[in-house]
Design a protein around this ligand. Sequence first.
Ligand code: HEC
Ligand code: HEC
Ligand code: HEC
Ligand code: HEC
Ligand code: HEC
Length: 168
Amino acid sequence: MKWFLRLGPVMVLLVVVVFYLSLGANDRVAQPIAYNHKIHIESAGLTCTDCHSSVQSSSAASIPNLEMCSTCHSEQPISESAEELKLIEFVHQGTSIPWQRVYHVPDHVFFSHRRHVVIARLECTTCHGNVDEFTEPVAAQFLPITMDNCMECHRENNVTNDCLSCHR
Ligand code: HEC
Ligand code: HEC
Ligand code: HEC
Ligand code: HEC
Ligand code: HEC
C-alpha cells in the first residue's frame, strides 16, 4: 500500500503528460501526399487562384484534385520525388486524393471567402500565413478559427458582430 501511495502522484503526472502529448499530435493534420506549395508557386509559376479556383467567387475556396494535377503530372514523372509517383498512381487509378481539411468552420457558422478576399481585400496570409513559402503540406491553422478571432478583426474594422451575421 505504501509503495502505491508513493507512486500515485508519478502515475498521475505520467497520464497527464501522455494526454497532452496526444492532444498536440491530434492538432497536426497528416496529408496523403507531401504537397509542396513553394515549388508550385516558384517553379511552376502558379497562383493561389489557379488551384483554389472559387476563392474569389464563392464561400468555399476549394482544394484541387486529379484533374488539375494531371495537367502536369500524368505519364512521365517530372521530378525525382517519390511523392510525385504516389500522385501519378492516384491519377492512373482515377481515385481522388483524400486531402484532409485543416481549416473548417462548424455548420452553424457562415463564412465567405468572396466577402473577405474580394470585398474586404484581405490577403490570404492574414488568416493562412505565408503559404507560398510552405515546403510541407498545410498541417495546422495559422489564425485559429475561434469566435474570438473572427470578432476581434470585425471590431477593429467596424464590421458587424451581430450574432445572426455569422450564425444563420
Ligand atoms: C503547371 C504544372 C503543374 C501542376 C498543375 C501541378 N504541378 Fe506538381 N510539380 C510541377 C513542377 C514544375 C514540379 C517540380 C519538378 C522539379 O522537381 O523540378 C512539381 C513537383 C511536384 C511534386 C514533387 C514535389 C517535391 O517535393 O519534389 C509533387 C508531389 C507534386 N508536384 C504534386 C502536385 C499536386 C498534388 C498537384 C495538384 C494539386 C500538382 N502537383 C499540380 C508542376 C505542376
Ligand atoms: C478572413 C480570413 C481568411 C482569409 C483572408 C482567407 N481565408 Fe481561406 N479560410 C478561412 C476560413 C475561416 C476557412 C474555413 C472555411 C469553411 O470551413 O467553410 C478557410 C478555408 C480555406 C481553404 C480550405 C478549402 C475550402 O474550400 O474552403 C482554402 C484552400 C483556403 N481557405 C484558401 C484561401 C486562399 C487562397 C485565400 C486568399 C486568396 C484565403 N483562403 C483567404 C479564412 C480565410
Ligand atoms: C498547384 C496547386 C496549388 C496552388 C498554386 C496553391 N495551392 Fe493551396 N493547396 C493545394 C493542395 C493540393 C492543398 C492540400 C494539401 C495541403 O494541405 O498542403 C492545398 C491546401 C491549402 C490550404 C489548406 C486548406 C485546408 O483547410 O486544408 C490553404 C490555406 C492553401 N492551400 C492556401 C493557398 C494559398 C494562399 C496559395 C497561394 C499563395 C495556394 N494555396 C496555392 C494546392 C495548391
Ligand atoms: C482579418 C480580419 C477578419 C477576420 C479574421 C474575419 N473577418 Fe469577417 N469580415 C472582415 C471584414 C473587413 C468584413 C467586411 C467586408 C464587407 O465590406 O462586406 C467582414 C465581413 C464578414 C461577414 C459579413 C458581415 C455583414 O455585413 O453581414 C461575415 C458573415 C463574416 N465576416 C464572418 C466571419 C467569420 C465567421 C470569421 C471567422 C471564421 C471572420 N469573418 C473572420 C474581416 C475579417
Ligand atoms: C464574426 C463571426 C461570429 C459572430 C458575430 C458570432 N459568432 Fe458565435 N461562433 C463563431 C465561430 C467561428 C464559432 C465556432 C468556433 C469554434 O469552432 O471554436 C462560433 C461558435 C459559437 C457557439 C458554439 C459554442 C462554441 O463556443 O463553439 C455559440 C453558442 C455561439 N457561437 C454564439 C454566438 C452568439 C450568442 C453571438 C452573438 C453575441 C455570436 N456567436 C456571434 C463566429 C461568430
